[in-house]
Design a protein around this ligand. Sequence first.
Ligand code: URA
Length: 200
Amino acid sequence: MKQKSNTELLLEVKKEVVSFTNSPLYKERVESGCFPVIGEGDHNAEIMIIGEAPGANEAKTGRPFCGRSGNLLTEMLLNIGIKRETVYITNIVKDRPPKNRDPFPEEIELYYPFLERQINIIKPKVIICLGRFSSHQIMIKFNIEEEVKPISILHGSVFKGEADYGELKIIPLMHPAVAIYNRNKKELLEKGFLTAKQNI
Ligand code: URA
């Protein structure tokens, strides 16, 4: 039998997230006329970027990181010579938590199987985690939970992880949202992306 392509497999994940009525965030999504945010980019990307959860712009459009944090992310990537469309960008939680609250641990767990499938389909060599929720969840799932620390300490670290398909690098960075209005944080974020670049 012909093997399914990454695009076909990712479409299957998308369809399941779209009809994920088990999620406590599903009702809110439908009632507000919003979309889940599955991910976008190269389906064979070597670099996968994992954020937290969609914000208002993302839920309106169904696209990850398309607001102010997204613009900063695109800028950071270009700074290190990476075009946004050459990576795959997604989130740990695929639906918007109301009023942009932090995702609950049970929501992170509930959506993780979709992310795990996306990782195993795309098979990235590097995962860049943006923010503490994404960083901690990925570190726990890749059995490096003993290294879990506040994101201010983890920022720019490089860890080795073992995926079903082989070894990969996990690089936690602070979330771009914290650097939008803060010049010092923006410089720190730039440094973090430069470290990431040196390890890709
Ligand atoms: N912040 C995130 O973590 N993800 C998005 O998609 C947008 C903002």
